[in-house]
Design a protein around this ligand. Structure first.
Ligand SMILES: C[S@@+](CC[C@H](N)C(=O)[O-])C[C@H]1O[C@@H](n2cnc3c(N)ncnc32)[C@H](O)[C@@H]1O
Length: 386
C-alpha cells in the first residue's frame, strides 16, 4: 500500500497525551459531567448539523458511518453517538425508508484509555432485535463499534468513508508546543509561565500559529475522509477577546491557581525555575476569527454555523458555598485534563504536591474563582461546498 502521508512526525506530546484514565477520583470518566452539561446545551446545533446530511441508501443498503474524534474515555462520547443515531433514524423514517445499519468509530490518541471506554459500551443487540427495541433499551447497542487510535490532525479513515464527523472539547489541544516557546534564545520563550494567559504577545502568537497549522491539518484530512453528502460538527474551547493572551475560561483554569502552584514549587526549592519554564499547557482557545480564517483558507467546506457559545462553568458542585469542595473540584478538573503531562514532567510525587497547592489556593479564593470561571465554546457546523 502506498504511504498516505510522507514524513509523518508524531510529536512527543501526541505519544503521551491523554485524559486521566480509569475510574478514580481524578479520572476523566468521573470528571466530565461539565462537558456533558455543555454538550446538552448545544444539542440543537448538533441536530441542525445532522439535518444537513444528505441521506442516501437506506433500506439496509450501506452502513451509516459516524466518527467521534477526541472521544476520551467517559460516557459522553457514547451519549453523543446515541443522539446522532436517533436523529438520523427519525429522518429516515420521515422519508418512509428503513434506516441502514450504523457503524461508530471512537477515535483518540493511542494513549487514551480505550479499555475503560469499551467497558462502558453496552453489548451489541442480538440479531433480530428491531432498531426500536434496541433504542428503547439502554442496555443494548444499536451500532457496530470500533476504536481508532491516532491524531486527528492527520488521516485516520479511508477516502470518502464517513457520513458524520463529531468532535467535542478537543480541538483546542495543540499537537505540540511550538519550538520557539521552549527556546531560551527566542522572544517567544515563555519565561516564568506555564500557559499563554497573560504571557507575551510573541508567545501567544506562536501558539496561535500552531493552532492554525493544526486545524488546517485536521480540515485537510477530513476533507478527504468525509463523504460528499456528509456533515461535521465541531466544538472546542474558545474566547471572546481578540487578544490571544486573554484566554478566557482556559486562562482562569491554567493561568491563575495552577500557575501560582508551579511558582510555589519553585519558591519552595522543590523544582528549578527552568523546570517550570519548560512546562507549557498545549491549549489554545481560539477566537471566532482565528477559526474562521483557517476554514476559509482550507476552502473545502461551507460554514453552516460558526459561533461562540457560552457553555458555563467547568465545575459541577454539590455545594457551591463550600470552599473546600470548590478547591477540590478545580484541582480535579485541572488534573483530569493535564495530570498526565504534569506527571511526565515532574514525576508523580511532585505532581501530587502541585495539585495539593492548586486545591488549597483555589479553596482560598473560591467565591472569586466561581465568578470568573466561565467557558466559551466555538461551535462549527461544516459541510462540503457543492
Ligand atoms: C476533554 S477531552 C473530550 C472528550 C469527549 N469528546 C467529551 O465530550 O467528553 C479531549 C480529548 O481530545 C483528545 N485529543 C487531544 N489531542 C488530540 C489529537 N491530536 N488527536 C486525537 N485526539 C486528541 C484527548 O486525548 C482527549 O481525550
Amino acid at each position: 500500500m502506498a504511504p498516505m502521508e510522507e514524513n509523518v512526525v508524531v510529536s512527543k506530546l501526541e505519544k503521551l497525551f491523554s485524559m486521566k484514565g480509569g475510574k478514580g477520583e481524578a479520572s476523566y470518566a468521573n470528571n466530565s459531567q461539565a462537558q456533558a452539561i455543555h454538550a446538552k446545551s448545544m444539542i440543537h446545533f448538533l441536530r441542525e448539523t445532522l439535518d444537513n446530511v444528505k441521506l442516501v441508501g437506506g433500506d439496509g443498503d450501506k452502513a451509516f458511518v459516524i466518527a467521534d474524534l477526541g472521544c476520551s474515555c467517559g460516557s459522553n462520547t457514547i451519549n453523543v453517538v446515541n443522539v446522532i443515531i436517533n436523529h438520523i433514524i427519525k429522518r429516515y423514517e420521515a422519508l418512509g425508508c428503513n434506516p441502514p445499519e450504523f457503524s461508530a468509530f471512537f477515535s483518540d490518541l493511542p494513549s487514551n484509555d480505550f479499555n475503560t471506554l469499551f467497558q462502558l459500551l453496552p453489548p451489541l443487540a442480538t440479531y433480530g432485535v428491531s432498531m426500536e427495541e434496541c433504542l428503547a433499551n439502554d442496555n443494548q447497542r444499536s451500532y457496530f463499534a470500533a476504536g481508532v487510535p491516532g491524531s486527528f490532525y492527520r488521516r485516520l479513515f479511508p477516502t470518502k468513508s464517513v457520513d458524520v464527523f463529531h468532535s467535542a472539547f478537543s480541538l483546542h489541544w495543540l499537537s505540540k508546543i511550538p519550538e520557539s516557546v521552549l527556546d531560551k534564545r527566542s522572544i517567544a520563550y515563555n519565561k516564568g509561565k506555564v500557559f499563554i494567559h497573560g504571557a507575551s504577545e510573541a508567545t501567544a502568537n506562536a501558539y496561535k500559529r500552531q493552532f492554525k497549522a493544526d486545524l488546517a491539518g485536521f480540515l485537510s484530512a477530513r476533507s478527504v475522509e468525509m463523504k460528499r453528502e456528509g456533515s461535521m460538527f465541531l466544538v472546542c474551547l474558545g474566547r471572546t477577546s481578540v487578544d490571544p493572551t486573554e484566554q478566557g475560561g482556559a486562562g482562569v483554569l491554567f493561568g491563575t491557581h495552577f500557575q501560582d502552584a508551579w511558582d510555589d514549587l519553585v519558591l519552595e526549592g522543590l523544582i528549578s525555575s527552568t523546570k517550570r519554564d519548560n512546562f507549557n499547557i498545549p491549549v489554545y482557545a481560539p477566537s471566532l476569527q482565528d477559526f474562521k480564517e483557517v476554514v476559509e483558507e482550507n476552502g473545502s467546506f461551507v460554514i453552516n454555523k460558526l459561533e461562540v457559545f457560552k457553555g458555563g462553568s467547568p465545575l459541577v458542585l454539590n455545594k457551591p458555598d463550600d470552599a473546600d469542595e470548590v478547591g477540590r473540584a478545580l484541582a480535579n478538573s485541572c488534573r483530569t485534563v493535564c495530570g498526565v503531562l504534569v506527571d511526565a514532567h515532574i514525576g508523580d510525587k511532585l505532581s501530587e504536591e502541585l495539585f495539593l497547592r492548586v486545591e488549597r489556593r483555589a479553596a482560598n479564593r473560591a467565591k472569586e474563582l466561581l465568578e470568573k470561571l466561565q467557558f466559551y465554546h466555538i461551535v462549527a457546523s461544516l459541510s462540503f461546498s457543492q
